[in-house]
Design a protein around this ligand. Structure first.
Ligand code: NAP
Length: 369
């Protein structure tokens, strides 16, 4: 296992090596991170995709991207294992230090082990039910669980897959999925118990900070069944960990077609007014990472010409779509899934440019509206 975790000093030293990427780095959770992060969600669970991701991750870490995002269930643990293997290799070779990279993963969904087993139900029963790690009644829709015992097992699994003593960011994966089956009181009880476990794991050094990686929760209206209140989640974290709790980062989709983090006033701010999630996160000292920055690849071609005007000097629609995300105030990192080295190279082209000024971004919103 690689010892240590991302540190303020080492991540700043990493950033200082990339003089050609002056607008690329920001501060988040006390460390310096690249404005573009590499995601590992999409792709087949096979060795060809493992190899492609490994090449992409090598190029990214060598080229100025120091935040990698994964989840235990992505490609049935293969994405975590690929990140782990590349980190081991690059640290051993002296290409990068462990404390220069920020590694984020997630737990909540049931995952297979590399491939779908011949009898999935039996496999799951033998592995998790009979061992007492989870009870059938703990599961929502047969696939999602946030009990402390389950999360502790998932953290162990992720640490082993990643080969890391400490996971820098540990997210509850789509916690709002629970709301399909339980009421708000029970949800709050479960989140609070999960946060207590995560605070204990942070105190033990198994994780750095924790958060919630969401899909609908922070985008929908307060009346929606899957709605998440950031203020309420921060209050639960404070109950679990006191004023210095480690609930310090959230992830939500944000891109040219899903801009609710900025446009939806669905969160209560500390002064009682309603504001967007980015404002609420800022007020609570919580960082925001954008997922699906390219709408899962659909924003990489055929964007309207007004985007060319707004973000001149960029060479591809993918670059323009990423520039939109990383230039939005309050977004720390634009995550882009990249299993191709050509895509890493293209996306690093954005990192070479400063983020677009706010008034340009606002003009874009006005033009679209
Ligand atoms: N609820 C959640 O927690 C949640 C949900 C969704 C996503 N995420 C996280 O956010 C990350 C990003 O989201 P995503 O992977 O779903 O979607 P995405 O980043 O919007 O799009 C990824 C797709 O875009 C392609 N691509 C990347 N750069 C490109 C370029 N320059 N030109 C053309 N195509 C390009 C990738 O192809 P190649 O693979 O071939 O390079 C991949 O097919 C995920 O990987 C995951 O880490 C979290």
């Amino acid at each position: 296992m690689l010892k240590g975790h991302a540190t303020a000093q080492a991540t700043a030293a990493y950033a200082s090596r990339f003089a050609d990427l002056p607008g690329n780095f920001r501060k988040m959770i006390g460390v310096t991170v690249s404005s573009i992060g590499l995601g590992t969600y999409l792709g087949e669970p096979d060795s060809a995709t493992d190899a492609a991701y490994a090449d992409a991750i090598r190029l990214a870490l060598a080229g100025g991207i120091n935040l990698l995002d994964t989840a235990v269930n992505y490609r049935f643990q293969r994405s975590e294992r690929t990140i782990g293997a590349v980190l081991q290799e690059m640290v051993k070779r002296g290409d990068i230090r462990r404390d220069e990279a920020v590694i984020a993963t997630k737990g909540g969904y049931i995952t297979f082990d590399g491939a779908v087993p011949p009898d999935p139900r039996r496999w799951f029963e033998e592995r998790f039910i009979r061992t007492g790690i989870v009870a059938s009644s703990d599961l929502v829709e047969g696939s999602h669980c946030l009990t402390p015992r389950w999360l502790a097992a998932m953290i162990e699994m992720s640490r082993a897959n990643l080969g890391l003593e400490t996971i820098d960011i540990y997210y509850l994966h789509n916690p709002e999925a629970q709301l399909a089956a339980i009421g708000r009181d029970e949800f709050r009880r479960r989140i609070r118990a999960a946060f207590e476990l995560l605070e204990a794991k942070a105190a033990e050094g198994q994780i750095g900070v924790y958060g919630a990686a969401t899909w609908n929760g922070f985008r929908v209206a307060p009346e929606d069944r899957s709605y998440l209140s950031l203020t309420e989640m921060a209050a639960l974290a404070e109950e679990a960990g006191g004023k210095d709790h480690r609930f310090r980062v959230i992830q939500m989709p944000y891109n040219l077609a899903m801009a609710e983090a900025f446009t939806a006033r669905n969160q209560r701010l500390p002064d009682g007014a309603m504001g967007n999630t980015l404002a609420a996160a800022d007020a609570l000292g919580i960082a925001v990472c954008a997922s699906a920055s390219l709408l899962q690849g659909r924003l990489t071609r055929g964007l309207p010409p007004l985007l060319n005007d707004a973000f001149d000097g960029l060479e591809s629609d993918a670059q323009r779509a990423l520039q939109f995300v990383r230039s939005t105030p309050g977004i720390s990192v634009a995550l882009a899934g990249m299993s191709s080295t050509a895509h890493v190279a293209d996306n690093l082209g954005v990192a070479r440019r400063p983020p677009a000024p706010f008034d340009r971004l606002m003009r874009l919103f006005k033009k679209v509206a």
